[in-house]
Design a binder for this molecule. Structure first.
Ligand SMILES: [Zn+2]
Length: 231
């Protein structure tokens, strides 16, 4: 085998380990759901804050006494710190969704650290508290991401219900999906900002129905920290 081929193979193997190896470890180190028996679930909203959708969502949640966790993107939070403060003032929890929302498989260790630590520092500067929860964009991690989270004591939060799956799904599709898979201790992943096409409008339409569904099943919506018994 030629030298170039060996270098290419070694490089590919190292890259697969760096990304896919970490991905394989994620089911063991990440949190996907909360405990059963407390009749609690967590609504989580990624990719915000959004100046249009997030304040409307906050009003919907406040009207129903629901608490949630918002996994915020640093560069968006930096543009709308007043919305971040409103999220906290309403009793919700803020989690770190990195600075730029990049795919970890294509980030160097240094860039990975800048994404995670940079996002955490930005949010801490606004809220006065370092976020303890980290949600990797698209649920994609690499080896440094897991190491940084472990060393800093961040909890890596994924989800047990992801109703955004189909590209053209409607709020009715999402509600049916949640109805089918809803369970005690669920962590539900939704989006209140652009990224997935139509996500903010969809979540605003879904939310009253989803809150009705939770109430009908006797499930309270709490932050992930509360769900996991952290506070
Ligand atoms: Zn995201």
């Amino acid at each position: 085998m030629g030298r170039l081929w060996r270098v290419a193979l070694l490089g590919t193997g190292a890259w697969v380990g760096y990304g896919w190896g970490a991905q394989c470890a994620l089911p063991l180190v990440g949190v996907w759901r909360g405990p059963v028996g407390r009749r609690q679930v967590s609504l989580t909203f990624d990719d915000g804050p959004d100046p249009e959708a997030t304040p409307k969502l906050l009003r919907l949640l406040a009207a129903r006494g629901a608490r949630a966790t918002f996994f915020l993107i640093g560069e968006r939070a930096a543009r709308h710190p007043e919305i971040v403060r409103a999220i906290v003032a309403d009793g919700h929890e803020v989690g770190n969704h990195t600075w730029h929302h990049r795919k970890a498989w294509f980030l160097t260790p240094r860039a990975t650290e800048a994404e995670i630590v940079g996002g955490a520092c930005l949010l801490a500067g606004i809220t006065g508290e370092v976020p303890r929860l980290y949600r990797p964009p698209w649920g994609i991690v690499n080896v440094p991401a897991l190491r940084i989270a472990r060393r800093a004591g961040y909890t890596t939060v994924l989800w047990s219900i992801q109703p955004e799956g189909a590209w053209a799904c409607t709020p009715a599709d999402q509600l049916r999906y949640c109805d089918r898979f809803l369970h005690d201790g669920a962590i539900i992943d939704l989006h209140d900002a652009p990224g997935l096409p139509g996500a903010p409008e969809r979540v605003l339409e879904l939310m009253p129905h989803l809150l009705d569904l939770l109430a009908a099943r006797g499930l309270a919506s709490v932050s992930v920290g509360t769900l996991l018994g952290a506070h």
